[in-house]
Design a protein around this ligand. Structure first.
Ligand code: 9MR
Length: 417
């Protein structure tokens, strides 16, 4: 699986050192082959590169991708695409707690791949993902509920102090005034964080009870130990930490999925973010935006997408389509032409709907979850390709979906939307 790749292969050397190793034209092809999970079957049509670049399709829609630090350091084709196509990057896994605080109190910021890529490739925006999640946790946190408490401390106090220290330390690292990772205005390249990720379940209730499936808890240790106030606390700690670093611009997001398929969840998210918006620190709301993940599929209803965008926009907060991919619903090989057509049309529709229903001053942009089918979290199960949800194929060729998405960003919006 894509999943543990970054964690297992955590690269501690700097990006620049590694680019020296993967010299263009020399070992690139060999590396590409070695990394490739391609079984040789071409499943999707690939079109010639016409020079179209997503980041320039529309000046009012920033386009990002979730990126993998191991691939950035080792796969030249992947790295070139990231450089060329996007003006924002979200670390797919590198900034999760499991990677940034692998042992209690031992923070590991040694991997600068993301920051170097952002700085060297046109000072791209970095969107931090994610400070507080029920997944992506190091074992020392996962196992905490069964440990003996230090004298005189409750579990809630213990977890609250872990929450606060993690948020404070991580924000301070990327907001360090002495950092070299700055834009042309001297501001940090990391401009936003998913502060809390996926606090709610599909019924719109807080994830709570432990429910382990495939080694992952679907409940939330944060909720079980601290209660629902952990969300508000996390945003408050984040805002305080940014202000303490003199960063008055850091944008703080609540990120979740399902806005487009669960009316109950959409409503709960709305209520939660509106409540957070009323809470201020230094005169500023503790929340700035909503991440709508949009892990959707070819059958997702456009009416539901539209409805979700309109409701979230009505909060007045920034709206980030934060993890867009469009699944073919795992039909397995070969993918039907009809499914691929539906996919390319939906990519266009999502871009059009975002532009139509979210005003430019509320747009944080659209981030694709993964660059191509080769690195997508949805593509493989035990070496069998089961999906092809991205804009680029297994060899990073441009799929018809790429051009349709580009058009969705770029062409006039028809009245039918
Ligand atoms: O794509 C990510 C995958 O590589 C990881 O194994 C997984 C667990 O950390 O997380 C995936 O990304 C998720 C994101 O962090 C939050 N929203 C859902 C994404 C897809 O599962």
């Amino acid at each position: 699986m894509t999943c543990e790749k970054e964690f297992i292969m955590k690269i501690s050397m700097g990006f620049l050192v590694l680019t020296g190793i993967v010299h263009p034209g020399c070992s690139k092809d060999a590396l590409q082959k070695e990394l490739s999970k391609d079984n040789g079957v071409k499943n999707v049509q690939v079109l010639a590169d016409t020079g179209k670049v997503l980041q320039f399709a529309n000046p009012n829609v920033i386009i990002g991708a979730a990126v993998n630090v191991k691939l950035l350091a080792t796969d030249g084709i992947y790295r070139d695409l990231v450089k060329k196509q996007y003006n924002s990057i979200s670390p797919e896994n590198a900034m999760k707690m499991i990677n940034l605080q692998p042992q209690e109190g031992n923070f590991d910021f040694s991997d600068k791949t993301i920051e170097n890529v952002a700085l060297d490739f046109g000072k791209k925006r970095i969107h931090g993902h994610t400070l507080v999640w029920h997944r992506g946790l190091p074992n020392w946190v996962k196992n905490l509920e069964t440990t003996t408490l230090p004298n005189g401390t409750t579990r809630a106090q213990q977890m609250d102090s872990i929450l606060s220290r993690h948020i404070r330390t991580v924000i301070a690292n990327y907001d360090n005034p002495a950092s070299i990772y700055k834009d042309n205005n001297g501001k940090p390249l990391l401009k936003s964080w998913d502060v809390v990720n996926e606090a709610l379940d599909d019924n719109g209730d807080y994830r709570a009870t432990q429910n382990i499936s495939n080694g992952e808890d679907k409940g939330s240790i944060w909720y079980r130990t601290i209660g629902k106030s952990y969300v508000q606390k996390a945003f408050t700690y984040a805002r305080k930490a940014a202000e303490a670093q003199g960063d008055t611009d850091l944008k703080l997001f609540y990120n979740d999925y399902g806005h487009e398929y669960s009316a109950k969840k959409l409503d709960s998210i709305y209520k939660m973010v509106m409540a957070l918006k009323q809470i201020t620190f230094n005169g500023k709301p503790i929340i700035d935006g909503i991440g709508m993940q949009f892990h959707i599929n070819i059958n997702t209803s456009l009416a539901n997408i539209k409805n979700a965008l309109i409701k979230m926009k009505s909060t007045g907060l920034l709206i980030h389509i934060a993890e867009l991919d469009i699944s073919l619903n795992k039909p397995g090989l070969p993918f039907s032409a009809a499914a691929l057509d539906a996919q390319k049309q939906k990519y266009k529709d999502v871009a059009m709907l975002y532009r139509k229903y979210v005003p430019a001053n509320q747009r944080w942009g659209i981030t694709l979850w993964n660059v191509g089918d080769k690195d997508s979290w949805l593509t493989y199960t035990s070496n069998t390709q089961v999906d092809a949800a991205c804009l680029f194929d297994l060899d990073y060729g441009q799929k018809p979906a790429f051009f349709q998405f580009y058009d969705g960003l770029n062409l006039d919006i028809p009245a039918s939307y």
